[in-house]
Design a protein around this ligand. Structure first.
Ligand code: NAD
Ligand code: UFG
Length: 337
């Protein structure tokens, strides 16, 4: 069984590649390395003790995508490739729409041509925008508030239309909450190319002394300690969710959407305290203004993934903090030597 992983060199992609190989799948990866490094895939190979084919290519380049399908017998696609920074998407929306949507259109056209109709797509809790209630179910209103989230919602719509047009498609839309953590080996993890926007990579950089302190965005949210609550999920749990979705996609046809989170929300201060406790690293922080667009709380109702995929997260906040730190302390500069 051969699985094409787009964006496989990235943070979630690399962890999923490792789980796929460990479960006995053949994998083929395409990535243009615009937000990742080849080293991540080398380490996946080392950890898995197995080589796999890598195409250094762009989904926007139809010829390369076609070459991948021509040269390999692909059974299913796990589609991670995309630009993902919310703030950047507000500054350069056209690049986000072009890369994420056109890239997906080209991929789907070639899949159709080669009669490969099994796909898992990386969507995001961002599609819910500002949820009225938590936990958020898959039925909650979809109102993304930025171009990044809109690309995800548009792609969900494109894939739904594909299924309506041809019931041989089998599609799983996975809405991730907040992935953090790293593989327990400390060999692969999140390696942001630029200044981290997200909380955990920022905490990691404070822990290794690259930054002085964490700026906690707002202390007057309607939560137990006034800081924003999110559903942090260990990246390895998330990767395993893809294997469950893959089993289903390979066995059935249809389109389904699943929240992938733990179902439990933690505040910014909860996360910092848990990190300090488990790693014995001091994380200085100060309170600053709220970040525009942030919300009080967002965590998932994960009933559907549990009932239909038979998947649920197993790792707790301490595991996530420990593994994040373990990756960072072993790789001060990420994948760069
Ligand atoms: P990442 O940036 O680490 O990985 C994405 C990969 O896609 C990168 O390796 C990048 O080089 C590649 N890529 C981007 N555009 C490409 C193109 N046109 N052609 C070929 N390769 C391309 O991001 P990640 O955190 O691993 O996220 C993976 C997916 O999950 C993304 O679609 C992202 O939007 C989604 N997602 C991520 C989060 C999160 O917090 N990390 C949350 C929800 C959803
Ligand atoms: N935060 C800080 N300081 C920082 C960074 C973040 O206090 O330096 C706070 C935020 O205000 C928020 C929480 O930490 O309360 C989490 O923020 P992140 O930026 O880590 O994550 P978000 O929930 O804002 O967004 C992330 C991804 C989105 C994705 C969403 C849900 O960036 O793309 O999770 O999956 F859609």
């Amino acid at each position: 069984m051969s699985i094409l992983v787009t964006g496989g060199a990235g943070y979630i992609g690399s962890h999923t590649c490792l789980e796929l190989i460990s479960a006995g799948y053949e994998i083929v990866v395409i990535d243009n390395l615009c937000n990742s490094k080849l080293e991540s895939l080398k380490r996946v190979s080392e950890l898995a003790k197995k080589d796999f084919k890598f195409y250094n290519g762009d989904l926007l380049d139809e010829k390369t995508v076609e070459k991948v399908f021509f040269e390999n017998n692909i059974d299913a696609v796990i589609h991670f490739a995309g630009l993902k920074a919310v703030n950047e998407s507000i500054t350069i929306p056209l690049q986000y729409y072009h890369n994420n949507i056109t890239g997906t259109l080209i991929l789907c056209q070639i899949m159709q041509k080669y009669n490969v109709k099994n796909v898992i797509f990386s969507s995001s809790a961002n599609v819910y925008g500002i949820p009225k209630n938590a936990p958020v179910t898959e039925e909650s209103p979809l109102k993304p508030t930025n171009p990044y989230g809109r690309t995800k919602l548009i792609i969900e719509g494109i894939l739904s239309d594909l299924y309506i047009s041809d019931h041989n498609w089998s599609i799983s839309l996975l809405r991730y909450f907040n992935p953090i953590g790293a593989h327990e080996s400390g060999k692969i993890g999140e390696d942001p190319n630029t200044n981290p926007n997200n909380l955990m990579p920022y905490i990691n950089q404070v822990a290794i002394g690259k930054r002085e302190k964490v700026n906690v965005f707002g202390k007057d949210y309607n939560t137990h300690d006034g800081t924003g609550i999110r559903d942090y999920i260990h990246v390895v749990d998330l990767a395993k969710g893809h294997l469950k979705a893959l089993e289903r996609v390979l066995q059935t046809t249809g389109i389904d959407v699943f929240n992938l989170g733990t179902g439990v929300g933690y505040s910014v201060i909860d996360l910092i305290k848990s990190y300090e406790n488990i790693t014995s690293q001091k994380i200085p922080y100060i309170f600053t203004e709220r970040r525009a667009g942030d919300i009080d709380r967002c965590y998932a109702d994960v009933t559907k993934a549990k009932e239909i995929l038979g998947w649920q997260a197993t790792k707790n906040l301490s595991d996530m903090c420990y593994d994040s730190w373990n990756w960072q302390k072993n790789n001060h500069n990420g994948y760069t030597e």
